[in-house]
Ligand binder design. Structure first.
Ligand SMILES: [Zn+2]
Length: 108
């Protein structure tokens, strides 16, 4: 069974050398994480536990500039960074989807 949560963070970034995105600007990033596991006692995992683990990772970046941690903070690279950190924080296999604003996302 899959279980998912959705969180939001607001961050600044610029994409060096990019015609439009080369100027510093901001986005609301919507992060969807879906874990997969077996039910035990009626739950796969308590939502509170899942949110705490995910927020622990996301709060490192909320209201920050992605360029302080990534050379080229595309949504692809942000998704990869968050995925790597969630792998250490979650005890389930998961899929992460990162939306940059509306209608654009990367998933892995
Ligand atoms: Zn942007």
């Amino acid at each position: 069974m899959r279980l998912g949560v959705t969180e939001h963070i607001d961050c600044a970034h610029l994409l060096p050398g990019h015609a439009k995105c080369g100027q510093l600007h901001g986005h609301t990033y919507t992060i969807e994480v879906a874990i997969e596991g077996e039910k035990s006692g009626g739950m796969v995992v308590d939502f509170a536990e899942l949110r705490t683990a995910i927020r622990g990772v996301l709060q490192r970046y909320d209201h920050r500039n992605w360029n302080d941690v990534l050379e080229f903070p595309s949504v692809e690279n942000i998704c990869e960074l968050l995925s790597g950190q969630l792998r250490e924080a979650l005890r389930f296999p998961f899929v992460i989807r990162v939306h940059e604003g509306r209608g654009k996302w990367a998933e892995m």
